[in-house]
Design a binder for this molecule. Sequence first.
Ligand code: HEC
Ligand code: HEC
Length: 319
Amino acid sequence: MAPVVATAVKDSLIKPIDAPEIKEPAKVELGKKLWFDTRLSKSGALSCNSCHNVMTSGTDNLTSSIGHGWAEGPINSPTVYNAVFNIKQFWDGRADTLKAQAGGPIENPMEMASTHEHVVTVLNSIPEYQAEFKKAYNVDEVTIDQVTDAIALFEETLVTPNSRFDKWLRGDETAINDEEKKGYELFNSVGCTACHNGPAVGGTSFQKFGVYGKYMTKNGAIGVGGLTKNKDEEMVFKVPTLRNIEMTYPYFHDGAVNTLSEAVDIMGEIQLDKKFTPEENAQIVAFLRTLTGERPKLEMPLLPNSTEKTPRPAPFKKK
Ligand code: HEC
Ligand code: HEC
């Protein structure tokens, strides 16, 4: 009899990421076009990709994003990679799903400053887009519902499997070195995994930022408490993913921390009341770098041309 090959995944609160299964390629392809299409914005200058750059980390790597009219965003832009694993979207969880989320930035005056009506008018003025929506959704007139659906289906494909840590979880003992393994053991034993767990190593719960001490910030966001007006939920934020964390600097909702090493010390001190030695800090940072996975290779979509009926962008305020 052939020997049984061990395929079991190691027991861990962190789960490996599976490659995405693309069930509806026409919708995903359409979603990709919309993702990159700046005509969805009022200015004609911004797309989802402006603040969630899938060529880099799925973020803009800015402290806070630059929106319409050079508006300074109120909060750090989270990565869109592996956002599909979040129980809810946004730092305060105000959108339940990716689809519900996608309508927000289009209309946010400080982001794309557009309207759903404008988006639909633009898309319906372009016969090539209409034909693609017909093919994917069997509709003659595009509505915002299909726009957000297609964008969300595209975002579901933005996952990053095959990180070195996942290979190790799946049994490849050589995928991570001793220092990285020590870092993982420490991450687990001190309790980071109580909050950072699941396939995204985060995104599974909302937690107080500052369990053992206050996080000093100039940013005014108060997280879930701002939504619910419940004092106990002030400074409660979604636990962010730690996948590809070496790429998604600067850190925290205020984007105030530039290095992983500082972020790890802050987490130790105010979430776990634990002061790391420089050696321990370096081990955890080394482990965190093993969470960088493979980003999907995307072919740049070619966007259909506007027609004479397409509303023109309005990048500047009329004097
Ligand atoms: C001007 C910059 C900007 C643009 C343009 C933008 N976003 Fe965002 N996005 C942000 C910021 C900032 C946040 C965090 C806001 C918050 O949590 O309050 C965010 C949050 C998100 C999240 C939630 C991620 C998480 O981990 O909670 C998703 C998903 C997302 N955006 C997708 C999109 C899509 C789709 C588009 C295009 C329709 C888009 N964004 C356009 C800046 C932007
Ligand atoms: C009690 C829950 C909890 C524990 C325990 C915890 N974290 Fe966090 N972590 C969070 C929350 C919540 C945030 C987001 C804080 C914010 O920016 O508002 C976060 C943010 C981070 C960030 C920044 C992510 C980003 O994209 O900005 C890193 C890095 C991080 N944690 C690492 C760790 C490490 C390492 C440990 C263990 C030493 C740890 N965390 C323990 C809840 C926790």
